[in-house]
Design a protein around this ligand. Structure first.
Ligand code: LLP
Length: 462
């Protein structure tokens, strides 16, 4: 029987309805009707209003997580905690995080335009990108973006030229690759300078960039930047990165007399996607990183610089879920007489590419009702023309899941809507926010008319 196998971790029919675990939004619960509720909003009502598939983002939780990150990292020595907009950005989200005291890290003209439209002050913004266009640089400098992170030699001249043209002295950081790549449970501290981002800390390339910047009157170097990876569960990778950045700062001071006032250690703080994921909590991670930097600076004999961080996933990831409607259910016989139940939903790899792209794992629950049917080994798949179109590879769902049921996938607030596509010409889902029992539109659902509007040959014949 499916439920007696050890894969992917058995569940009882009783616990399968549970939404109290750390992967679900803090406010998630079952209401009297057995339906999932977020911030007091019944997900069935959300789908009635916004259609399925639907991203639901708890405003309450984005705000509380933003505030928590700001408090934790400020206590650990940060002057600014930037929200990494790539995780998910809209005007509403930009306003929430700004109101909670965060800056915003933008990595394109599009992200910058949204932050600008939200009214985020320029000095709260920092711009990234390994190939910023001249237009993007001009846009950033014209708006008064507080910091631009330099990622290449070409950019030094481009940014200097734009700043001179705008008659400003632009604050910049240099992004250093420190030979550390960190993901989830492990980090590797060799060989990862072989990548497109930043300039090498060990090869003297950062030193050369600093030398060039110091000669340009329209640029002022404020610091060094390092981002070592994403979905990191402990502080070990940050320790190596901090040590290397601090020794780089020391060398720059010794050799060029330039003091590094600011060290930005990027983002990457991990979250739980499935039961068993156990990242350090926000306060513990911040405290550990803060202590590490303080220790490294003390050992190097340099004053503690102002710190900055750029969490993205940690702020929005756990605050979001995706709702899908089930369309078809197929039972497929596997070897050893096992059955896998393929549950097809009305979205898929166009709204969540992470499973196909990274082998990401997710938690799913039947959201529109309770069920005490025997759990069956299931795979939640999308509606795209590709067998790799999988949303949740291995999960247990009640054996009576059927067309019309709503499923909820947890922890989809980061890197799902922001990485969405129109594959198979599916319109992108809406994003609805929840707060105090009320729903609001963060992004409306795309329509087929939106898709047709891009195509000049698609004008309706009169
Ligand atoms: N700062 C920089 C310079 C970054 O490149 C990133 C992420 C962040 C901050 C924010 O990292 P976070 O705290 O969100 O981990 N699409 C992938 C993640 C790519 C992250 C790219 N850079 C995913 O879905 O897992």
């Amino acid at each position: 029987m499916a439920s007696s196998t050890a894969f992917p971790g058995t569940v009882s029919a009783d616990s399968i309805n549970d939404v109290s675990g750390s992967v679900w939004p803090e406010s998630a619960k079952r209401n009297a009707a057995g339906a999932l509720e977020i911030d007091g909003v019944d997900v069935r009502d959300a789908v009635t209003e916004f259609a399925s598939p639907l991203f639901v983002l708890s405003e309450t939780e984005v705000r509380s997580r933003a505030a928590r990150y700001r408090a934790a990292y400020t206590s650990a020595g940060a002057h600014t905690v930037y929200y990494a907009a790539k995780a998910f950005l809209s005007v509403a989200v930009a306003r929430w995080v700004t109101e909670e005291g965060l800056g915003i890290d933008v990595a394109s003209g599009g992200e910058l335009a949204i932050a600008m439209r939200a009214g985020v002050p320029g000095d709260r913004l920092l711009m990234h990108g390994n190939n910023k266009s001249v237009q993007e640089i001009d846009m950033a400098i014209n708006f008064g973006v507080g910091r631009i992170v330099i990622d290449s030699f070409e950019e030094i001249a481009r940014i200097a030229e734009s700043a001179a043209r705008h008659n400003v002295v632009q604050k910049v950081l240099v992004r250093a690759t420190v030979g550390v790549e960190a993901h989830t449970h492990e980090f590797i501290a060799t060989a990862h300078e072989d990548q497109k981002f930043g300039l090498s800390a060990s090869a003297g390339t950062v030193d050369e960039a600093v030398r060039r910047i110091s000669k340009l009157p329209s640029l002022t170097l404020v610091g060094l930047h390092s981002h070592i990876g994403s979905q990191i569960f402990d502080a070990a990778g940050f320790e190596v990165a901090a040590r290397r950045i601090v020794s780089l700062a020391q060398r720059i001071y010794d050799e060029q007399g330039i003091e590094i006032e600011e060290i930005n250690l990027g983002g990457g703080m991990g979250i739980a996607y499935i039961e068993g994921d156990d990242p350090l909590d926000v306060d513990a991670m911040a405290a550990e990183i803060g202590e590490i930097v303080a220790k490294e600076c003390a050992e190097a004999g340099i004053p503690l610089p102002a710190l900055a961080f750029e969490p993205g996933r940690g702020i929005v990831g756990p605050a979001g879920i995706t709702l899908y409607e089930v369309g078809t259910v197929k039972r497929v016989e596997l070897d050893h007489d096992q059955i896998r139940t393929y549950v097809s939903v009305d979205g898929g790899m166009s709204d969540n590419i992470r499973t196909a792209l990274y082998g990401a794992e997710y938690t799913v629950t039947l959201a529109s009702r309770l069920s005490f049917a025997e759990p069956v080994l299931s795979r939640v798949v999308g509606k795209h023309c590709e067998s790799g179109d999988i949303v949740v590879r291995d999960c247990w769902l009640p054996g009576d899941v059927t067309a019309g049921d709503l499923l909820a996938v947890a922890a989809t607030g980061a890197y799902c809507r922001s990485m969405a596509s129109n594959y198979n010409q599916l319109p992108k889902p809406a994003v609805a926010s929840t707060r105090d029992g009320a729903l609001a539109t963060v992004l409306r659902r795309e329509t087929i008319a939106d898709l047709l509007a891009l195509d000049p040959y698609a004008e309706e014949r009169g």
